[in-house]
Design a protein around this ligand. Sequence first.
Ligand code: V47
Length: 430
Amino acid sequence: MITTTDQSLADIRRKVEAGEMLSLEDGVRLYESPDIHTIGELANSVRERLHGRVAYYNINRHINYSNICVLRCKFCAFYRPFTKGDNRSPEASFHDADGSYHVSVTDIVARAKEAYERGATEVHIVGGLHPTLPFSHYTDMCSAIREACPHMHIKAFTAIEIIHFSRIAKPRMTITDVLIRLRGAGLGSLPGGGAEIFDDRVHDEAFKNKTGEVEWFDVHRAAHELGIYTNATMLYGHVETREERIRHLLKLRAHQEESLRNRAACFNCVIPLSFIPDDSALAHLPGPGGLEDLKTLAISRLMCPNIAHIKAFWIMQTPKLAQVALEFGVDDIDGTVVYYDITKREGAGTTRQELSVDQLQRLITEARCTPVERDTLYRRVLRGDRAWSIEGEAWSVPYDPAPGSGESRRGSNEEALIPLTLPDRDSPDP
Ligand code: V47
């Protein structure tokens, strides 16, 4: 039997092997240990118990509808303030000299449709808290995408946006009613953003004006009660301590326990987001190094064994580190993405950040894992040259891969493709 190099981790190993939950103190000790090999081995044992050597990716498209935001989060380099008196029509997209931009519903639908026609299964939509757009703007956005892309999963709006919608709706709406309305318009699930670190001190220091932990959980609780699956993030490597990260993960684990026991849906995955300081008000901080990234991903796996998936978002952790992380507890590296505005490692310039399916599959196979294309809810995608479907579903979606695009290359499951049928517009949303 392999013994730990860091003998002080022996009791944690015993707990992990027995499937026991780790404590706050265990989590802090894991962080303090220099024995990255043992931490990785333990995280990998949980990952293999849940998923074997399968590693997931998806064909998706991120769309950021606007960076205009009433908040001023210190870690964020994405937002631009609203210009008072700006009453341009939401029907016109613009990109101003100060970097602020807005994408109209028509243009969002065009982007989603382009991705859908090339085989994307998911669109991931988030943006800033815009002070003047009405709630109907967001329901219209979802229903227009649903109409144009009947089987595309719409994963949209962080908990913070959902709270914003409940406040701007006239008359004000409950979180549950906002979610019901959005689901009726085509929303499939919620992304995990806006969680940052669940701690009052960190909140006051880094994102004071943002609604905090209680409201974030209110939204995810309401979603889970309605049967809407959600994700959960943790933004690490800025002003928080390691202990505060562990407390954050424990809060996610406790919420998941409740959701698994009492609610119709739960968290699909945890996504630890590595802080990128560039151009933010915290640009003087160094940000987390690669080893800290790896430890955080592995420790997230160990602290939250009741949340099925741990995602390394390659945009933030980089493709190479996401690949290494596949041997340290991670089982998902997100998808093709194509455009991403919230963080840019390359600094100013293009927001195009894309991995092709070939590149995603290669990252996974080089890590000795089996690539599996998933949809947003981690169902297997059955993909052929010209159509994709979801395991267990009676419909399939034709697509036309265009050379050079992220969605252009075939997935790994093409041999399992079911016979092509035209999409049935009356079938339930994905
Ligand atoms: O909420 C903002 C973070 C989040 C920075 O659910 C930053 O599948 C690093 O939530 N450095 C949005 N992070 C992204 C997000 C996400 C991403 C990928 C997949 C999913 C999912 C969700 O990005 C924000 C904030 O926590 N963020 N600024 C920054 N400078």
